[in-house]
Design a binder for this molecule. Sequence first.
Ligand SMILES: [Zn+2]
Length: 413
Amino acid sequence: MKIRHSLLIFVCLFFAVGLAGGLSPVAAQPEVQAARIGETPERTRFVLELSEDLAYRVFTLPDPFRVVVDLPEVTWRVPAERQPKPKGLITGLRFGLFAPGTSRVVLDVAKPTHLQKVFIIPPREGKPYRLVVDIMEVSRTEYFAAAGQAPTAASSGEPLSAALGVTLPRPRLKPPQKERADTRPIVVIDPGHGGVDPGAIGVSGAYEKNIALDYGRALKAALDASGRYRAVLTRDRDVFLKLRERVAFAQNAKGDLFISLHANIHRSGKIRGASVYTLSETASDKEAAALAAAENAADVLAGVNLGEQTGDVRDILIDLAQRETMNLSKKFANDLVAEVGKDVKLLRNTHRFAGFAVLKSPTVPSVLFEIGYMSNRQEERLLRSRAHRDKVVVSVTRAIDRFFGRQSSASRS
Ligand SMILES: [Zn+2]
């Protein structure tokens, strides 16, 4: 079969027409009821069973090679034991909310692939609507030589709803601005990962994105209750945010402090303890570098096209404003280590440095807090317990008090 494009964008208009016509006022959220992967010598087939006919958009991304399937916001009703196992060209699969209005499936593929066919089969023989995506292996040269090659920003980054011309409520990307009269510091809390990017997965199956959100909400509640701060969350639901969107959020919020919350895994199940990271051009050790690489891969995991993103940590580091911000970041990291260490087990060399993309704000002091290791059975259990969470939240709040206490006493002297 002749393939004309390496990148094909399929958009069904039923969804848009249905909304524009006002046919269904508030329908139940559509569902993905099953997912399967099949394999023949010529191709790998990916099938989603859908509760109704849905708009879709399918495209490929290079380096690393991925196939992305976007749908309107859907509920994933595939039980854990029936998640498809990697097969053929497909080496991994993730699902989740990519942006409000767009659910996304990301397929990791071992080799460059073309979309051979993408189509919907209407219900028959007791089966519901099925979205079928056939992919075939091509050479790297063929992948890039074919018309369309590199996907555009619109095809990879834009929510499906926007591609369809449907207006859906946007998340509040611009947080409330500080009013003049209110001089309380603004603390931006950033629960790591989310939606299509689960983050690390613990020994008993806990998702880092859920732990991060749980701790983030609890920390916000504690800071708000203190009356001394205004706390804002970069996300307060299970949705994906790009790393640069998190940085932009902190800038727009005129944040005085940015804390990105994460939980870690290590190949040794014995390693445990909390750790704190700040931005540096050079990593303090191999493990910090590996962790930064893993955390920076969040956008790749979520099927974001990195082709249009340029620059790295180095660009920012020469900025003088950034130096002052980095000094404050380090001071807060020290406060955090001191206060958290009173209540919670710490990793050795607790404060480390590496090139974390999410810590690149030039004006907002930023730290990344790895609350603990989900690869350690005991610590994973602690991370999921309310008592431990509350203990961590109290100690982080003390660290924030210490940080701003010193800042204000320094400015008075
Ligand atoms: Zn993380």
